[in-house]
Design a protein around this ligand. Structure first.
Ligand SMILES: [Zn+2]
Ligand SMILES: [Zn+2]
Length: 1021
C-alpha cells in the first residue's frame, strides 16, 4: 500500500515509468498503489492499464501545487515559499473530474511550466477528493518545520474544513533527522484535530537503484552539474517503493499510521475504467434522433453520389444492403453523433472552398462516402467495412481527414469555436528522452565526461508537443476528463494524454491533417478557371483517361502525388498502370514494407507474365486475384481469415490488430491456433493452412490499408490529370505550395519547360509575391528569391496594392521601403532588368545594382553616413549567359536563362558526353557511356545494402545513376557533395527501354559556378 508515489511524469523528478512502478509494487505483494504526479495525469492511463494486468488497485491522484497567501502576518522570505504541495486522491468520478479541473486551472492560468492553484480554487473543487498534507513541502509540514505549531494546526483545520474531514496528516521516514523531528509534531496536530495521520514514502523511483537517475533529473532541473548540486540532492536513496514488511518494521510502534492507509485506499475507489467519457452531441432538429438524422443525410448523399450506380436492380440492392448494415452498426455502437460532427467539419471546409478528403480506414465506409467525408466508393472497389468499424471493436473508429494545408488552421479554429474550447483540444505527443538527448543531457550534468552512460533515462518523458492532427471532443467539459494545458504554439491547447492513452480510454479523436497536395490541386483548379474560364470538376473525373496513364507509364511524374520519387519512377514503367486499381496497387507497393518483404518483384514478374499467378489455396483466389496472388493489403489478410477460417469480420479485425505493431506472443499463438483450426474445419489441409498463416503473418506488419491506398490513388490521378492538361497552372500551383514534394523549384521549372510551358523571369514591374499566370505563361514570383521573408513580402505587397507596378528604380526604392539587402537580392536576381531599358541585356543586372545603391543612398541620406561614398562606374562589365544562370541559381534556385548544363554542352559534346535524353536511346549493356548533370537527388536507402542512387538533371531531362557500395566508398566525398557531376559507366536498360540506369564507374566534378546552395537536392534523406 502506497498513497504517495511519483512517476517520470513528475518531470525531472520521478525516475520510473508508471508500468515499472506497478511491476515493482505487484512484486512486493502490494494490493494498491496511488499515482500522484506533480500537477499531471499524463502517466495515469498507462498506470491503470498496467495495474489491471497485474490485478493491482490503481488509485488515481496527483500532488498539486497550491499557492498560499500570507498567513498570520508572517513575512514570506521569497515568492517560492508560498508554493506548497498537497496530495489529492480521487474517491469517485466527481473527485476525478475535480482533480483534472484543478490541474487544468493550475496550468492554463499560469505561465507554462509554473502550474499552481490558489486555496480558494482548491476549495471550489474539493468534492470527491481525499487530501493528504503532502511531502515536507506541504503547507502543514512546512509550518511545523518552521516551529509554527499554531500556524500548522490552523492550516490543517482549514484543509479539514475544505475537504469536509476527508483528510489525513502525512508522515514519512527517509532516515532523515529533520523528518524525525517534525513527525511527532505532525502526529500531535492530527490528534488535536481528530483526523488520522498516515504513513507514505513519497516514492520517486521503483527500486533503490533509481536514486542515480533521480539525482541526474534533479541536476537537470536545477541546470547544474551533479558536482555543483551538493546538498541540493537528497542525502540518501530512501525514496523507493518499500515492501509492506519493511514499512511494518519501521512503524510497528505506531501501527495506526499504516492501518490508515488501508482505510484511505478503500475510500479512493475511483478507477480509470469508470471514466467512460461521453461523445459530444450534435445539435439536432426537434424530435429527430441522431440516428434518424444521420440516415437522412446518408440517403441524400446516396441519391447525389450513387445515382448512376444505383440505377440497376443489382446495384441498388448491394448499396442499400451495405448502407443498412453500416447504419445499424453505427446505431448499435452509439456513434451517430460522431459521424454527424465529422460531417459538419467537412461541410464547413466545403463551404469555405477548402479542399478536403478522408484518408485511412474511413474510406471503407459507404456512409462516409455518402456524407462526403471520403472520396472512394467502397462498394465499387469491394472494400471491407469491418476494417473501419465492427461490433467487436472496443475503440472509437479513427477518422482521418486531410485538408489543403494552407487552410487547415481555419478548420481547427472552426472546431474550437463551434464546439467550444471547453470541449475541444488537441492530443499531445509525448516526447521522450532518446539516445542523443540522453547523451547531451548527461554530459551537461556530469560536467563533460560521461562515464555513467547507459543510465536508463531513455524512454522517460521529456516534454509534450502537439500531435500532428488529433482533436478530441467531449460532451462534458474536457477539463473534467483529462487535464488541458497550453501548447508551446500560441492559441493551442493540448491534453495530457497521447493518442494511445486516448484510444485506451475511448475518447473520440478526429484527425484533422494538412496535406500540401490538396492545396496544390485547389489552387490549380482555381487558376484553370481564372486563366481559361474552364471549370474542372474533380468529382466528375472518370479515372480512365489513356493520356494520363501514358504519362504515368512513362514515369513522366515530376510533381505528381506519391509517384514522383526515384523508386516510384523506376517502378512505373514496369508496372504500367492502365486503370485506377493499378494506381491503388502502385501506391501501396512502393513502400519500405513491401520492399523489405520482397513483395515487389514477385508482383512485377507476375504482372509482366514472367511468373505464374498462384494461390496458397484455391479458395483464396477471389481474395488475392486482384493483386495477382501477392497479398498487399490488410483487408486481404482479414478476408482470408473470414473466408478460409470462418472468422467473423470483427474477429478478423482483432487478428489484424494482434499482428500489428504491438504484438504479444501469447495473443498471437492463440490466434494462430484458432486460424489453423478454422481452416482445417473448412477442408484446407494443415500444411496449406500453415502456409497461409505464415503469409498473412509475414505481411501483417507492413500491409497497407487498401482504403487508404485508394484515397491516395485518387490524388495521384487528379494531380497527373492536371499536370497533363494544365501544365502551366500546375507549375504555378506547385511553386506557390512550396516547400512540398520531392523536387526543388529549379527541377519543377525545367520539367515544365520541357513540357512546353513558357516560364517568365521575376520582374518587379510584373511579378507578384506568388508566382502568377499571364495568360497561360507562368510569371515567377518574388517568393523564389532567397532571403525575401514575410516582412519583405508585406512591404512589397502593400506598395503594389497602393501604387501599382513600380515605374523606376527610384520608385521601387522609395515606395517599397525594402532594406538594402532585399533590394540588392532583387537586382542581382534580374528582377530590375526591365527598369534599365537603356542598357544591353547582358549589362542590366550589374547596372541595376549600382543604380539601386545610388537611389538607396539618396533616400537613406544622412541616415547612412557609415557607408563609404559610392563611385558609380561609368560602364559595367557584361555578364556571360553562364554567369547569369549561376546568379539565378544562387539567388532563386531556378533560372529561365538556360539550365546550367547548356553552357557546358559544347565542351561536353566534344568529349563524347551524352545528354540524358540521348542516353535513354542507347542500348542495354553499352559501356563507357558519359552523362553529366546537376545532382538533384542523392539517396542511400537502408534497404539498399550500401548502394547509392543519384539523379542527374540536364537541359533534356533526368537520368538515374546507381553506385555500388565499393565505388561509393572510393569517392564518397565527391559523390555526396559535388553539385555537378560527370559520370561514366555502363548503361542498364530494362522493361522495353523504359527503365534506364547508368551504373556509375567514374565520377568527376564539373564547374559551372552553380554552388550547392543552388539546388535543394534530396541529399541522402
Ligand atoms: Zn511534494
Ligand atoms: Zn511528492
Amino acid at each position: 500500500m502506497e498513497l504517495h508515489c511519483h512517476s517520470a511524469f513528475s518531470l525531472l523528478d520521478g525516475a520510473s515509468l508508471p508500468p515499472t512502478l506497478v511491476e515493482r509494487a505487484a512484486a512486493l505483494g502490494m494490493r494498491a498503489l496511488a499515482l500522484t504526479d506533480h500537477d499531471d495525469l499524463g502517466g495515469i492511463v498507462a498506470f491503470a492499464q498496467a495495474a489491471r494486468e497485474r490485478e493491482l488497485e490503481a488509485i488515481v491522484g496527483a500532488e498539486i501545487t497550491v499557492e498560499i497567501a500570507e498567513a498570520g502576518g508572517r513575512q514570506r522570505r521569497s515568492g517560492e515559499e508560498a508554493l506548497t504541495h498537497l496530495v489529492l486522491l480521487a474517491e469517485n468520478r466527481e473527485g476525478y473530474g475535480n482533480l483534472s479541473t484543478l490541474i487544468t486551472r493550475a496550468r492554463m492560468e499560469h505561465e507554462r511550466g509554473r502550474p499552481r492553484v490558489s486555496l480558494e480554487t482548491v476549495a471550489a473543487h474539493a468534492r470527491g477528493l481525499f487530501a493528504l498534507t503532502g511531502c515536507p513541502r506541504g503547507w502543514v509540514p512546512s509550518l511545523v518545520a518552521r516551529g509554527d505549531l499554531d500556524g500548522a494546526r490552523h492550516a490543517a483545520a482549514t484543509l479539514r474544513d475544505i475537504f469536509d474531514g476527508r483528510i489525513a496528516i502525512e508522515c514519512w521516514d527517509h532516515a532523515l533527522e529533520q523528518e524525525r523531528v517534525i513527525v511527532p509534531h505532525l502526529m500531535e496536530v492530527a490528534r488535536t484535530l481528530g483526523v488520522p495521520w498516515v504513513v507514505t514514502n513519497d516514492v520517486h523511483y521503483a527500486e533503490p537503484e533509481g536514486r542515480m537517475v533521480h539525482d541526474v533529473l534533479c541536476a537537470l532541473r536545477h541546470e547544474r552539474t551533479l558536482a555543483e548540486m551538493g546538498t541540493r540532492l537528497r542525502p540518501n536513496g530512501e525514496w523507493y517503493l518499500k515492501s509492506p514488511a519493511q514499512m511494518w518494521r519501521r512503524w510497528r510502534q505506531h501501527p495506526e499510521g499504516l492501518l490508515a492507509t488501508l482505510e484511505i485506499a478503500e475510500r479512493c475507489a475511483f478507477r480509470m475504467e469508470n471514466l467512460r467519457p461521453s461523445l459530444p452531441g450534435f445539435p439536432l432538429p426537434p424530435g429527430v434522433s441522431a440516428d434518424d438524422y444521420l440516415a437522412r443525410l446518408v440517403e441524400d448523399g446516396a441519391r447525389e453520389r450513387l445515382r448512376k450506380r444505383m440505377r440497376t436492380q443489382d446495384g441498388e440492392s448491394s448499396y442499400r444492403r451495405q448502407i443498412a448494415h453500416e447504419l445499424a452498426t453505427i446505431k448499435r455502437l452509439g456513434l451517430a453523433g460522431y459521424f454527424l460532427i465529422v460531417w459538419d467539419i467537412v461541410r464547413f471546409a466545403r463551404r469555405e472552398g477548402i479542399l478536403c478528403q478522408g484518408r485511412g480506414s474511413a474510406a471503407n465506409s459507404v456512409v462516409c462516402y455518402c456524407l462526403g467525408i471520403t472520396a472512394v466508393d467502397p462498394v465499387k472497389l469491394g472494400l471491407l467495412f469491418e476494417r473501419f468499424l465492427s461490433d467487436d471493436r472496443q475503440e472509437a473508429p479513427d477518422i482521418d481527414i486531410d485538408f489543403a494545408h494552407r487552410d487547415r488552421e481555419r478548420v481547427l479554429q472552426y472546431v474550437y469555436e463551434h464546439y467550444g474550447r471547453e470541449h475541444a483540444a488537441m492530443v499531445c505527443e509525448q516526447i521522450t528522452y532518446r539516445e542523443k538527448s540522453v547523451k547531451r543531457d548527461l554530459e551537461r550534468v556530469m560536467g563533460g565526461s560521461i562515464q555513467g552512460a547507459g543510465l536508463p533515462l531513455a524512454r522517460l518523458p521529456r516534454h509534450r508537443s502537439i500531435h500532428v492532427g488529433g482533436f478530441v471532443l467531449t460532451e462534458e467539459p474536457l477539463a473534467s476528463v483529462v487535464p488541458v494545458e497550453p501548447a508551446s504554439m500560441e492559441g493551442r491547447t493540448i491534453i495530457q494524454w497521447d493518442k494511445d492513452d486516448v484510444e485506451a480510454i475511448g475518447l473520440v479523436k478526429i484527425d484533422l491533417l494538412g496535406l500540401g497536395m490538396l492545396t496544390l490541386i485547389q489552387d490549380c483548379v482555381r487558376y484553370v478557371r481564372e486563366a481559361r474560364g474552364k471549370v474542372v470538376d474533380l468529382a466528375a473525373l472518370d479515372y480512365a483517361d489513356p493520356a494520363v496513364y501514358d504519362d504515368l507509364c512513362r514515369a513522366d511524374t515530376i510533381g505528381v502525388f506519391q509517384v514522383e520519387s526515384r523508386a516510384q519512377m523506376s517502378t512505373l514503367p514496369r508496372l504500367k498502370p492502365r486503370s485506377f486499381y493499378d494506381l491503388v496497387v502502385q501506391v501501396a507497393l512502393i513502400r519500405p514494407g513491401p520492399i523489405q518483404g520482397e513483395m515487389v518483384h514477385p508482383y512485377l514478374r507476375r504482372r509482366a507474365g514472367e511468373e505464374a499467378v498462384t494461390y496458397p489455396h484455391p479458395s483464396l483466389e477471389p481474395i488475392l486475384a486482384r493483386t495477382l496472388g501477392v497479398p498487399l493489403f490488410q483487408e486481404q489478410g482479414m478476408r482470408v481469415a473470414i473466408t478460409a477460417a470462418g472468422f467473423t469480420p470483427g474477429e478478423a479485425d482483432a487478428l489484424r490488430r494482434a499482428m500489428g505493431s504491438k504484438r504479444s506472443r501469447e495473443r498471437m499463438e492463440a490466434i494462430c491456433e484458432k486460424l489453423i483450426d478454422g481452416m482445417q474445419r473448412n477442408g484446407i489441409p494443415v500444411e496449406a493452412a500453415r502456409r497461409i498463416y505464415a503469409q498473412i503473418n509475414a505481411f501483417a506488419d507492413y500491409g497497407f490499408p487498401e482504403s487508404h491506398a485508394a484515397s491516395f490513388a485518387l490524388l495521384v490521378y487528379a494531380s497527373a490529370y492536371l499536370k497533363h492538361y494544365y501544365a502551366p497552372e500546375f507549375l504555378c500551383a506547385i511553386l506557390n505550395a512550396q516547400p512540398m514534394g520531392f523536387y526543388s523549384p529549379g527541377t519543377l521549372i525545367e520539367d515544365a519547360r520541357r513540357h512546353g510551358v513558357e516560364v517568365r523571369a521575376i520582374d518587379v514591374t510584373r511579378s507578384a509575391y506568388d508566382t502568377t499566370l499571364e495568360g497561360i505563361a507562368v510569371r515567377l514570383g518574388f517568393r523564389l528569391i532567397k532571403g525575401l521573408g514575410p516582412r519583405a513580402r508585406e512591404k512589397l505587397e502593400r506598395a503594389l496594392r497602393e501604387g501599382g507596378a513600380f515605374q523606376s528604380i527610384g520608385d521601387l526604392v522609395q515606395r517599397s521601403g525594402l532594406d538594402r539587402r532585399a533590394l540588392r537580392a532583387l537586382a542581382e536576381a534580374g528582377a530590375l532588368d526591365s527598369l534599365v531599358p537603356d542598357e544591353p541585356s547582358a549589362r542590366r543586372r550589374r547596372t541595376a545594382v549600382w543604380r539601386m545603391l545610388e537611389e538607396w543612398r539618396g533616400s537613406a541620406g544622412a541616415l547612412a553616413p557609415a557607408h563609404p561614398k559610392l563611385h558609380v562606374p561609368t560602364s559595367v562589365a557584361a555578364m556571360s549567359p553562364r554567369e547569369i544562370t549561376a546568379a539565378d541559381y544562387r539567388l532563386t534556385g531556378v533560372s529561365v536563362h538556360g539550365h546550367p548544363m547548356t553552357h557546358l554542352r559544347a565542351l561536353l559534346a566534344e568529349n563524347g558526353v551524352l545528354t540524358a535524353r540521348a542516353a535513354h536511346m542507347r542500348r542495354d549493356g553499352e559501356r563507357n557511356v558519359g552523362v553529366a548533370g546537376l545532382v538533384i537527388c542523392r539517396q542511400r536507402p537502408p534497404t539498399a545494402k550500401g548502394f547509392a542512387f543519384l539523379t542527374l538533371e540536364d537541359e533534356t531531362g533526368l537520368l538515374n545513376v546507381v553506385v555500388t557500395p565499393k565505388r561509393f566508398e572510393r569517392q564518397a566525398e565527391l559523390i555526396s557533395t559535388a553539385p555537378l557531376l560527370l559520370v561514366r559507366g555502363t548503361l542498364q536498360v530494362e522493361g522495353n527501354g523504359r527503365v534506364v540506369h547508368l551504373r556509375g564507374e567514374l565520377f568527376r566534378e564539373l564547374k559551372a559556378d552553380v554552388g550547392a546552395d543552388g539546388v535543394r537536392g534530396h541529399d541522402f534523406h
